[in-house]
Ligand binder design. Sequence first.
Ligand SMILES: C[S@@+](CC[C@H](N)C(=O)[O-])C[C@H]1O[C@@H](n2cnc3c(N)ncnc32)[C@H](O)[C@@H]1O
Length: 356
Amino acid sequence: MSEPSLCIKVKKIHGEKTLVLANKLGISNRELKIHQNADNICIPLVRRPDENELAKLKTQLPDFELATQVFTKKKQQRKTLHQVLENQLPPHLLATLPRALDVIGDIAVIEISPELKAHESLIGEAILKTHKNVRTALAKVGAVTGTYRLRKFEVIAGEHRTNTVHKEHGCQYQVDVATAYFSPRLSHEHNRVASIVQKSETVVDLFAGVGPFAVLIAKKNADAKVYAVDINPEAVELLKRNIRLNRVDNRVIPILGDARQAVENQLSGVADRVIMNLPEKALEFVDAACKAVKPAGGTVHYYAFIRLPDSLENAQLRFSEAVEKAGRKVDVFLSAKTIRETAPYECQIVLDAKIL
Ligand SMILES: C[S@@+](CC[C@H](N)C(=O)[O-])C[C@H]1O[C@@H](n2cnc3c(N)ncnc32)[C@H](O)[C@@H]1O
């Protein structure tokens, strides 16, 4: 869409200076795109400058002209959550609004501080307004707890549900955040691990959830086979659906049960690669991971939390000791890094270890 508008026309070399001045005077029209040709630049105006403003323009830009030009409209920028709430919440409350929220499919999840609790519906509606694909806004209630690693949620706006379909790296996942763990914050890790799996590998995902490692690995590697274990029946139900949804049947084998038990029963010595994504308790399962690794060796992706002053080096030491206790040996750490901050002074780490 185009429209004619009054503008300041200057030689191109004075373009930036003119724009700064027009912005400072509050007369530039930010909804229209700046127009330029080989010699000149035209800055659209919201109104004719008054005498005072004209005097300032003349002093700083001796050869400027007021002209009329046809301008193209800029695409309407969606307002951010903070911008929408800026006139509805006092500044001290606005400052406590988290900068980031998680979007899982068409559900947005936000952490609401106790001070903001009274305004949660307002915040929820603002989330729907600023995120055009979001249909439900959920507030986190409490921390992630229990064996299934779940937390409670409260619907603060939109449709009353906790299930959705989330897309990640070309796969689709049926997710229900109230009944099975899922975090979009691990998206990079899901893809990183899936990208280093080699042709024809057998992978054991000991804590598979709804399948974001297992399904992606099978999708990316036509010859790979993945055993995906989880103790939460709801997670395994969703995992089964996700296996069908992404057409990786027969190559991702879902197993409902305890990881250690599953290795004892059917996964001893089968794995080229083991994924251990249960950061709170992974150390307790290193023996099971070692048992799943083929006698000739394999790679283990070990996730853990560390709290300062603890360090990556200490985590490596603890892991190596647990591997030795299980009768195996860490040949080399292929990688050791922090992947995200999870709380003040706490972060999640991943160790990629070659086990012999
Ligand atoms: C942090 S979640 C990770 C899920 C998934 N890997 C992901 O990236 O979304 C850990 C999962 O381990 C499962 N879990 C907890 N204890 C387990 C056990 N002893 N054996 C098997 N699965 C277990 C939980 O039910 C949960 O789904």
